[in-house]
Design a protein around this ligand. Structure first.
Ligand code: NAD
Length: 351
């Protein structure tokens, strides 16, 4: 069967717009028709690389060859551009966070329903191999019954010095990185109800928006999850740490260094206490090696190009969307609850 070819126009050709362009170059059946950006330097960069630069958004939207519009502008512009594109008869992929709150998201969903255009969000970190590996460990009960999960990203350079530092553009780390980590956790927990949220924000380098946050999520099945983003961390804590009643899993970094340590079935009856400078402890003494089992992580491989392959199949009515709008809306509502909890210093119920 002959493959259908799709053309995509990029609105907002900054760092991420160009990332998409490079990715699309390696995907069969998909081509970049051109870009639109308001910055001269980005228009010149496009031209230097042989990419068509449209003079205006309207010109890009009126190009009949374009099937899909990617919106990769600053966050506050996703909504107006996406709605305009759908009204012009284009399918839309929006960068994350889809927009700044759930009310705005509903307007985008309404536009998709009214126009019949497909609209989805680039939640690309669903394809992160560290996440997929932890999800497998959780789902296959490899640690016994899991009771705590910690998911972190740490940097030490504050917030990059542009629109990400400003509230009106949808800046801050909850919207920037939180949207990925929270989406991953809700996916991992599947149908399990999230009961309560307690969150704190940091403002170390920025007073206008959060430059980091912690969120404690308590789920109906007793699992407690800590999600943490930090931008003033000169020593990183592990990317993932998962605790079950029969073992612990760790992923240290983006290179997926890590392991699973579980009980080997033998009980230690003769624990040798550890002497510290000022005391003695059996409780915290390291395990004897013959009482534990150390396993390699069951790494799950992925291919991020499957995101666009799915978009094309959904438009061709051959597949269900991998990123579903009710999931995107749930994450948006969770971010709203995180802001509410951090501001009120209270535990907030998640309905
Ligand atoms: P950026 O500042 O590098 O690029 C944004 C571009 O949009 C700039 O070139 C700017 O000139 C252009 N722009 C601004 N207003 C415009 C308008 N009205 N019309 C057309 N272009 C306009 O930012 P970035 O890092 O590329 O981020 C862009 C989007 O991608 C953001 O929503 C961000 O959250 C998202 N992002 C996603 C990931 C991911 O992994 N999914 C990673 C980085 C960024």
């Amino acid at each position: 069967m002959e493959q259908q070819n799709f053309m995509l126009g990029i609105v907002g050709f900054g760092g991420m717009g160009n990332w998409h362009r490079e990715l699309i170059d390696s995907i069969d059946g998909l081509k970049v028709a051109g870009i639109y950006d308001i910055k001269e330097s980005r228009i010149n960069y496009a031209k230097e690389n042989g990419i068509k630069a449209y003079e205006s958004l309207e010109e890009l939207l009126s190009d009949d060859r374009i099937d899909i519009v990617l919106v990769s502008t600053p966050n506050d512009l996703h909504k107006p551009i996406a709605i305009k594109a759908m009204k012009a008869g284009k399918n839309v992929v929006s960068e994350k966070p889809v927009t700044l709150n759930s009310k705005d998201l509903q307007e985008m969903i309404d536009a998709s329903e009214e126009t019949g255009m497909f609209f989805t969000v680039h939640q690309n970190r669903r394809w992160d191999e560290d996440f997929l590996t932890m999800k497998k460990i959780y789902e296959e009960h490899r640690l016994g019954e899991v009771f705590r999960i910690e998911s972190r990203v740490h940097g030490s350079r504050g917030i990059p010095g542009d629109w990400r530092q400003e509230k009106e553009h949808g800046g801050g780390m909850v919207l920037d990185w939180g949207v990925h980590l929270l989406d991953q956790i809700l996916l991992m927990m599947g149908d399990t109800k999230l009961n309560t949220v307690y969150a704190t924000e940091t403002h170390i380098t920025n007073q206008l928006v959060d430059d980091g946050f912690t969120a404690e999520l308590r789920f109906e099945n007793g699992v407690e999850v800590l999600v943490e983003v930090g931008t003033s961390n000169f020593i990183n804590l592990p990317r993932w740490y998962m605790l079950g009643n029969n073992g612990t899993a760790i992923i240290e970094d983006w290179e997926l260094n890590g392991k699973i340590v579980s009980a080997a079935g033998k009980n230690e009856t003769d624990v040798i206490p550890v002497r510290t400078a000022a005391g003695l402890t059996k409780t915290m003494a390291p395990r004897r090696e013959d009482t534990i089992k150390i396993q390699e992580l069951p790494i799950v491989k992925s291919d991020i190009r499957d995101f666009y392959r799915n978009v094309m199949k959904v438009i061709g009515e051959k597949e269900e969307p991998k990123i579903k709008l009710p999931e995107v809306k749930r994450v948006m509502k969770l971010m709203e609850v995180i802001f509410e909890s951090a501001e009120s210093h209270t535990v907030v119920r998640f309905e």
